[in-house]
Design a protein around this ligand. Structure first.
Ligand SMILES: NC(=O)c1ccc[n+]([C@@H]2O[C@H](COP(=O)([O-])OP(=O)(O)OC[C@H]3O[C@@H](n4cnc5c(N)ncnc54)[C@H](O)[C@@H]3O)[C@@H](O)[C@H]2O)c1
Length: 309
């Protein structure tokens, strides 16, 4: 298949692009490099530097493609609270621009990077695709719900095939957020630099940490889906933050110090997925367990930060 990957120069998109190329698909990355890096685009993929706000450039890039994997967006939750209009424009309006460009270019298949955040505060665990969407606590989450809704509209109006992948907590090489707000890169960086790791709630919060390569492979499976479908992508296990710290300590061979920050209002106590639908309907399965994933992530940050063994 010929696949256009928006945001393919970013953290998750770079891995999605690599697994697509390895599986023999023809891949074009479209990215404006606002966050991504050109050197993260794997060999074997074409690259178009363009902004989704430029509908004509997107339409031109789409020619000859069979499907789109749409990852491009802004994602820092705190920034979304400060700049809701920026997030609405880039994440919602630019997604609708992409859908319009697809319609004109005759490309009717899209896989979208949604998020577990759409469920809000979980009413029961594990979270399942049929669970109702929750009230959103920040503009970022609202943009994901809005784009999911627009995809439903394009499915009904124009018969687009739409696959919504609700990611849980991806981690691994190439994370780019500045400031970094995700637990795993912050723990790994602090541990390698022998700084204390800031921890809330005594590290008892549970999240569903999925290695980015396992997440990336879900996109390949999704390309064969027709109609409108939603899939959670997680490991189906809730892992405590403190367990991540303990595993990193065991891998590094020294105790990682913890800076206890107490309680943080607004944090969800536990969130993890059922990915049964993805496993049973698409034959996807996990290949990288937490310890292996953390080893690979530590190796990446060692090289990136210039910290020898
Ligand atoms: N990282 C996570 O923890 C996480 C969790 C759930 C969902 N997601 C979603 O996954 C997707 C990818 O996230 P990521 O962590 O790889 O982020 P990232 O910032 O590393 O990648 C996003 C890429 O999109 C590009 N981009 C942004 N706006 C663009 C525009 N208007 N035109 C062209 N390119 C544009 C950026 O340059 C960047 O390369 C996002 O949609 C995000 O919301 C991420």
């Amino acid at each position: 298949m010929r696949v256009l990957v928006t945001g393919g120069a970013g953290f998750i998109g770079s891995h999605v692009t690599r697994v697509l190329v390895e599986a023999g698909h023809g891949v074009t990355v479209l990215d404006n490099l606002s966050r991504g890096r050109r050197d993260l685009v794997p060999d074997g993929a074409s690259f178009v530097e363009a902004d989704l706000a430029d509908e004509a450039a997107t339409e031109a890039a789409l020619q000859g493609h069979d499907a789109v994997i749409h990852l491009a967006s802004f994602l820092e939750v705190g920034v979304s609270v400060e700049k809701p209009v920026l997030f609405a424009e880039n994440n919602i309006v630019n997604s609708v621009r992409l859908l319009e460009a697809m319609r004109r270019a005759g490309v009717g298949k899209i896989v979208f990077s949604s998020s577990a955040t759409v469920y809000g505060v979980p009413e029961s665990l594990p979270l399942r695709e049929e669970d109702s969407l929750g009230m959103q606590a920040n503009p970022y989450g609202a943009t994901k719900v809005a784009v999911e809704t627009f995809l439903g509209v394009y499915h009904q109006l124009y018969d687009f095939d739409c696959v919504l992948l609700r990611y849980f907590n991806p981690y691994g090489p190439n994370e780019l957020c500045e400031p970094e707000t995700h637990a795993v890169p912050n723990i790994v960086r602090a541990a390698l630099e022998r700084r204390p790791v800031p921890v809330y709630w005594g590290g008892q919060q549970k999240r569903d940490y999925i290695y980015v390569e396992d997440l990336a492979r879900a996109h390949i499976a999704a390309l064969n889906v027709e109609g409108f479908e939603v899939f959670n992508v997680g490991t189906e296990a809730g892992t405590k933050v403190i367990d991540i710290i303990d595993t990193v300590s065991a891998i590094l061979g020294y105790d990682v110090a913890v800076d206890d920050k107490g309680e943080r209002p607004g944090d969800v106590e536990a969130s993890y997925a059922s990915s049964e639908k993805l496993r049973t309907q698409l034959g996807w399965h996990l290949q990288v367990d937490l310890e292996d994933g953390l080893r690979r992530t530590i190796a990446h940050y060692r090289e990136r930060l210039g910290i020898p063994e």
